[in-house]
Every structure is written in C-alpha cells, then in structure tokens.
Design a protein around this ligand. Sequence first.
Ligand code: SF4
Length: 95
Amino acid sequence: MNSPFVETVSIPRNPWQEQAACASQDIDPEIFFVPERGRPSADWGRAAIEICSRCQVRRECLEVALRMREHRGIWGGMTPAERRSKAHSSTMPKV
Ligand code: SF4
C-alpha cells in the first residue's frame, strides 16, 4: 500500500513507507498540510498529529523530514515550527 501523504510530498521511496499510518486510503493527505487558502485554524495539524502518534515508522519519518529540512506539513508528528526547534536545538552547542 502506498502512502498518499508520502506521494504528495514526493520524497524518495523507502521500505518503511509501506508501514506508514497515513498510508490508509481513508486518510486525506491534505490534513497534513496548511490549507492553501485562508488562515489555518488554531487546531491545524491536530488530526494529523493524532495519526502520527500511532504510526510505527514515526522515527524514520521524522528523520527524513529533519534531514531534508522539510518546511511544510506534519512529519513524524511534528509541525514545521517544532522541527525547526528540534533541528536548532540539536545543532546548538550544549552549555
Ligand atoms: S509519522 Fe505521520 S506523517 Fe510520518 S509516516 Fe507516520 S503517519 Fe505518516
């Protein structure tokens, strides 16, 4: 089964993608992205993050997003801002 989310963002194919919780045909891949029109709602991304929370390949997904510096959408259960913060904190020297 292919992940509609992964196909939407066109990342290189990896075996773990076959286990992605977002690969279900019942899941609208658009919920992983900020709507193109209008302002996002206050709870934007919540439904996607809930799906990610039960995903068996969350770690792999997040690693790809961090490595690719993906700035759009929910990946590995994190928003773009959360990923930026994580990437920043992991590259900053510890004081
Ligand atoms: S962590 Fe979320 S976005 Fe990543 S593969 Fe799993 S369900 Fe999809």
